[in-house]
Design a binder for this molecule. Sequence first.
Ligand code: HEC
Length: 122
Amino acid sequence: MRWREPILCALALTGAALAQSNTVPAQTLPVEIPPAAPFTAEAVEKGREQFHRTCAQCHGRNMVNAGTTVYDLRKFPTEQRERFYNSVTNGKGNMPSFKGALEPEAIELLWNYVATRGGKEL
Ligand code: HEC
C-alpha cells in the first residue's frame, strides 16, 4: 500500500505543525515539577480554557461527571499537586499520557483550575 505513505506522512506533518504552538518535545520536559505558585484568577481562566480543549471530553464540562469510570476532578485532593503533575504527564489507567502534548506551564494552568474547583476556592 505504497500510495498511502505520502498521505500518512502529510498527516503526521500537519499534526506536528498544529501541535507545535502549545507543545514541547517530550525529552525537553523537565523531570522536576516547577515550584508551586499562588493561584490567580487569570491562570484559573486560562486553565479553564485548556481544560475544555484537552480534558473535558472525558472529565466533563466544568469537571462535572458521574465519577464512576472517569475520576471526578472536583474531588481531587488539593494538596496533591505532585500527583496531579504525575498523572497528567504519565497517564493513569485509561487516561492517556500528556507527555509532549502539554508544556509544564499548561499543566500548571490546569492545576490552577482543578485545585480551585474551577475558581470557586480562590
Ligand atoms: C481519554 C479520556 C481522558 C482524558 C482526555 C483525560 N483524562 Fe484524566 N482520567 C481519565 C480516567 C479514565 C481517569 C481514571 C484513571 C484511573 O484511576 O484509572 C482519569 C484520572 C485523572 C486524574 C486522577 C489521577 C490520579 O492521580 O488518581 C487526574 C488528576 C486527571 N485525570 C486529570 C486530567 C487532566 C488535567 C486532563 C486534561 C489534560 C485529563 N485528565 C484528560 C480519563 C481521561
